[in-house]
Design a protein around this ligand. Structure first.
Ligand SMILES: *Cc1c(COP(=O)(O)O)cnc(C)c1O
Length: 372
């Protein structure tokens, strides 16, 4: 076999926006209208997004984080309340809960990277108001039991679907199962724009109305303030980029799934790699292609030395981060989250990856473990 020499980059953004003439043309047109906040581009994006996900309403906001904060605020959650979420997530989930004034209560995850439903009930207290499962890596959380606990215990279920556009669980799309769901359009997400942006989806008309107020200072019209709100609107220019890209989401999703399948097939025969459980009723959209690796740190360095940009999501267990010390967790509280931090590795899986690049990653991993 020839020496593996191809470099494999992680970021595909230069390829994705290589030809942006159409977007720039739209932005020029937008400039002549000078309708810089909300307006027709945002309306159009919201309609397309609701129809993509299969909800009645979509509300464009400033970021995925704000989509979560506003969702919780729309449910009346704030000081004195508790919200349960996964111990293994991106920091924004916990930050968003904290921003409402509520206390984030963490629950360990399962080997599929999502909150372990068997551990949720013991975290419920009289102050608990909501469960916030995270569809991490594009893998749907185990929503059946989560929704059952939510309805039996009278708790709202809000989905953090920031990594999970077009994922599904038992035929139901991520974002349609909770009362509200938050998506992110951050440049690193599967449907990405040119800066920060987020979307909330719901099929509840009253929540839709409330969220439209909350994102725009609580203003009912120019002069009347209905509730105390925020300034968190989806930027019109980002909506233009979103309108261009949303037409490609189905293809992007298909290609990521196809790339994930090639990796799965190859890695199922590599003894040092363990795939997470592949639940057959989940459509995982591979925001990240993440597996467990024996001797992870050495494999990671080996790949970087070869010019293969693997990543680790996330090397420090979230509950042990200094910034979360106030929550009072200690090592050993979340054994699965801690195990994952020490053993997961992420390989590029985006829609612009070539077959040759995928084979290069697989070849290098096999080489590391000395298997052919
Ligand atoms: C990206 C992300 C967010 C926050 O989205 P932003 O748009 O970056 O604010 C929240 N939760 C998860 C799981 C994410 O991956």
């Amino acid at each position: 076999m020839a020496e593996v020499s191809l470099r494999v980059r992680y970021s595909y953004l230069p390829q994705q926006f290589e030809d942006s003439e159409e977007i720039l043309e739209e932005i020029r047109r937008h400039l002549t209208g000078c309708n810089f906040t909300l307006g027709p581009e945002v309306d159009q994006f919201e309609r397309s997004f609701a129809s993509l996900i299969g909800t009645r309403c979509a509300i464009g906001v400033g970021s995925g984080t704000e989509a979560l904060t506003l969702s919780l605020r729309a449910l009346g959650i704030g000081h004195g309340d508790e919200v349960i979420t996964a111990a293994n997530t991106f920091i924004a989930t916990v930050g968003a809960i904290n921003a409402t004034g509520a206390k984030p209560v963490l629950v360990d995850v399962a080997p599929d990277f999502t909150i372990d439903p068997a551990k949720i009930e013991r975290a419920i207290t009289p102050r608990t108001k909501a469960i916030l499962p995270v569809h991490l890596t594009g893998e749907a959380a185990e929503m059946g039991p989560i929704l059952e606990i939510g309805s039996r215990r009278g708790l709202a279920v809000v989905e953090d679907a920031c990594q999970a556009i077009s994922a599904s669980y038992k035929g139901r799309n991520a974002g349609t199962m909770g009362i509200l769901a938050a998506f992110s359009l951050h440049p690193l997400k599967n449907l990405n724009v040119w800066g920060d942006a987020g979307v909330i989806v719901t099929s509840d008309p009253a929540l839709n109305e409330r969220l439209r107020l909350l994102r725009n200072h609580g203003l009912k019209n120019r002069d009347e303030v209905e509730v105390l709100g925020y300034n968190s609107r989806l930027d019109s220019i980002q909506a233009i980029v979103g309108n261009w890209l949303i037409r490609q989401v189905d293809r992007i999703t298909r290609e990521r799934i196809a790339h994930g399948a090639i990796y799965d097939e190859a890695f199922s025969r590599v003894p040092g790699i363990t795939l997470p459980p592949r639940r057959p009723y989940v459509r995982r959209v591979f925001h990240l292609y993440q597996v467990y690796a024996r001797d992870r740190d050495r494999l990671f360095q080996f790949l970087l030395d070869k010019g293969i940009e693997a990543k680790i999501h996330y090397p420090i267990p979230l509950p042990l981060q200094r910034g979360l010390a106030g929550l009072g967790y200690k090592r050993g509280d979340f054994p699965e989250t801690e195990r994952q931090a020490g053993s997961v590795i992420t390989f590029p899986v985006d829609q612009h990856l070539s077959r040759e690049e995928i084979d290069t990653v697989v070849g290098a991993v096999k080489e590391f473990y000395g298997s052919r």
